[in-house]
Design a protein around this ligand. Sequence first.
Ligand SMILES: NC(=O)c1ccc[n+]([C@@H]2O[C@H](COP(=O)([O-])OP(=O)(O)OC[C@H]3O[C@@H](n4cnc5c(N)ncnc54)[C@H](OP(=O)(O)O)[C@@H]3O)[C@@H](O)[C@H]2O)c1
Length: 258
Amino acid sequence: MDLKLNDKVAVVLAASKGLGRAIATTLSAEGAKVIIGSRNADELNKTAAEIQQLTGNEVIAIPVDVSQSEDREKFINQAAAKFGRIDILLNNAGGPPFDKFENFDEQAWQKAFDLNLLSVAHLSRLVLPYLKQSGSGRIINIVSGSVKSVLANSVLSTSMRMGIVGMAKLMADEFGSYNITVNNVAPGLILTDRIKDTIPKGADPETALKEKSKSIPLGRIGKPEELAAVVAFLASEQAAYVSGTTISVDGGANRAIF
Ligand SMILES: NC(=O)c1ccc[n+]([C@@H]2O[C@H](COP(=O)([O-])OP(=O)(O)OC[C@H]3O[C@@H](n4cnc5c(N)ncnc54)[C@H](OP(=O)(O)O)[C@@H]3O)[C@@H](O)[C@H]2O)c1
């Protein structure tokens, strides 16, 4: 299926590795011009060069800390100037720490708010004028399976992602008249460094990952490119009538019926 992303410009945040990198790679392979952002400039430049080498399409790296307001403004100004348009915004960021509710102080909540909720609101607002001009704009937010069923120790993540789910519903409602769709993708367990870092020190990684897979109906942890394929579809012309939804990519891990 031709996703018709050839003339599109996509901005992908938190993309030097993990889910963001896989999404940038898939969109680029589908023909989009991709602009990637994350903090470490060396890592980001390396990733951009590797994706471009792989797909043959232009990939631009612009360093940004999505938790910082001024950075967000500079980033979008520079990104928009590169190709004169933005058609697709993929909101993503590093995840907040895992722990019990009683262990997070006010500062930890503020940090998670700036990184995972305010960044989505502000970046979307900054890109909105370009998406209106695009005529078929797309906002896609990476959230978490924890918006569908309880995940222990994820109170910061869950609280911020639930905010995104609500925000996306309102955005879908308001932006429909501009032909802009707004959707969320909720990863279950997808193998990235964030997941590898949760393996207890000294444990055998393969055994630990097998243990984690036991509760997943498909019996395995997902691959970043499997999540990226769903994002690419949501970004495509074919997904023009999908808006305001949260789609799980979790191997069936969420057992809720609705
Ligand atoms: N993987 C999963 O199974 C899973 C499941 C549920 C939810 N999620 C969520 O999905 C998101 C991506 O996770 P991942 O697994 O891809 O993580 P990852 O492999 O650790 O990659 C994180 C990426 O985010 C960038 N980043 C971190 N903080 C940033 C900031 N302040 N500004 C800009 N970029 C930043 C990192 O680059 P720099 O450090 O250079 O900035 C890196 O490129 C996270 O929010 C995570 O909680 C993941």
